[in-house]
Design a protein around this ligand. Structure first.
Ligand code: CO
Ligand code: CO
Length: 372
């Protein structure tokens, strides 16, 4: 953990950030080993480029600090909101922070925390520190990769257990609920990376479909996009199945998406651009005449967040290096008819991309997995 703070302060120097404020989320957990709920009572970790740290938190959370592997000065406040400002002011005094700018995570920091920070550090402006913080977590060490590997194993086992009991007539919500139960049984952390997507028939044409009361019937595609969490690290997988005889065009797009997925998986190794992975997968779909129906980027980074750097889009010049982890998830979506997506989780190595996910990828008949 001390190493991680050191790595961050070095990056802050490179990014010209005199200080950073973090509220509960993966970055704060990565640095401290502690998890806090994001709630109405603010919890903020402050770090200066000189390596000084201070944590402001509600008094009821102080017990967690005993298990913290590093020493951070803490300032707590009571349930009376009037005591919050003073805790922030005392933290500011300890840091003796006189710079005019403080970096925050644009997708996490809230106006609530900014108000207290603004009071404690008059004349302070805020900067988006996302680029700096992405560098902190983008390369996963062996231990982190092992956790992601386990998150993939758990997710795959959970889906197989769910498919056994699927029957025609079940709703998307029923299947999604079963899958969540199986994820927890298979060993996922209680907080799943995201609510599983389970879509049948025409609903598979919406990449971010929300499970509904739609019932499964012969002739449907069934698409599942799900993941598990293991010790804070995520998997994110998509597989598509058929029930009974489906429209031949849907079979055809299934074969094209499989080829696109494999093209993305074999697009290169450490040293290539993230954009090259997107272009390799996209070329297969475009050449087959469905370029217009592949309506999203090929993938995204994965780790302690379901979507993080590196993002896999056409014009992204970022060079992939060993230990980066990302998804390859091409899809073809035909409105009114159906869609196919095949998503795998990859680790960049010197010689290629290694897939953490190994369930059969092709669009297979659900009957092959059902027990009754
Ligand atoms: Co997904
Ligand atoms: Co994904």
């Amino acid at each position: 953990m001390q190493e991680r703070i050191k790595k961050l302060t070095k990056l802050m120097g490179e990014f010209d950030l005199p200080g950073i404020a973090l509220n509960p989320g993966p970055t704060l957990t990565y640095l401290t080993g502690l998890e806090f709920h994001l709630m109405e009572r603010p919890t903020v970790l402050l770090i200066t480029v000189e390596g000084k740290t201070a944590l402001v938190l509600p008094a009821l959370e102080v017990g967690k600090l005993a298990s913290m592997p590093i020493k951070i000065e803490a300032f707590n406040y009571s349930d009376d909101p009037a005591t919050r400002s003073e805790a922030f002011v005392r933290a500011a005094e300890l840091l003796n922070f006189s710079a005019k700018e403080l970096g925050v995570e644009a997708t996490r920091m809230r106006y609530l925390e900014l108000m207290y920070l603004g009071d404690a550090f008059p004349e302070l402006g805020f900067l988006d520190a996302s680029a700096c913080l992405a560098e902190l977590r983008i390369v996963k060490d062996e231990d982190e990769q092992g956790k992601m590997r386990q998150a993939a194993v758990i997710a795959q086992n959970a889906l197989l257990a769910t498919l056994k009991d699927i029957k025609a007539g079940m709703t998307e919500v029923e299947v999604a609920n079963q899958l969540m139960i199986q994820l927890l049984r298979a060993g996922s952390d209680p907080s799943l990376p995201f609510a599983p997507i389970v879509a049948f028939g025409e609903n598979t044409a919406d990449p971010h479909s929300v499970p509904s009361g739609r019932r499964l019937k012969p002739g449907d595609l069934l698409l599942v996009d799900w993941g598990a969490s293991y010790q804070g690290y995520f998997s994110d997988i998509t597989r598509t199945f058929t029930l009974g005889e489906v429209d031949p065009e849907l079979q055809k797009i299934g074969e094209i998406v499989l080829r696109a997925n494999l093209a993305g998986q074999t697009a290169g190794c450490a040293g290539i651009e993230a954009g090259a992975v997107d272009r390799a997968a996209r070329a297969v779909i475009t050449d087959a005449g469905y370029g217009h129906a592949f309506i999203h980027r090929t993938g995204h980074g994965l780790g302690m967040e379901a979507h993080e750097e590196p993002y896999i889009f056409d014009t992204n010049p970022r060079i992939l290096t060993s230990g980066m982890t990302f998804t390859v998830e091409p899809g073809i979506y035909l409105p009114g008819k159906g869609g196919v997506r095949i998503e795998d989780d990859m680790v960049v190595t010197e010689t290629g991309f290694e897939s953490l996910t190994d369930m059969p990828r092709q669009v297979l008949p659900l009957e092959a997995f059902m027990e009754n």
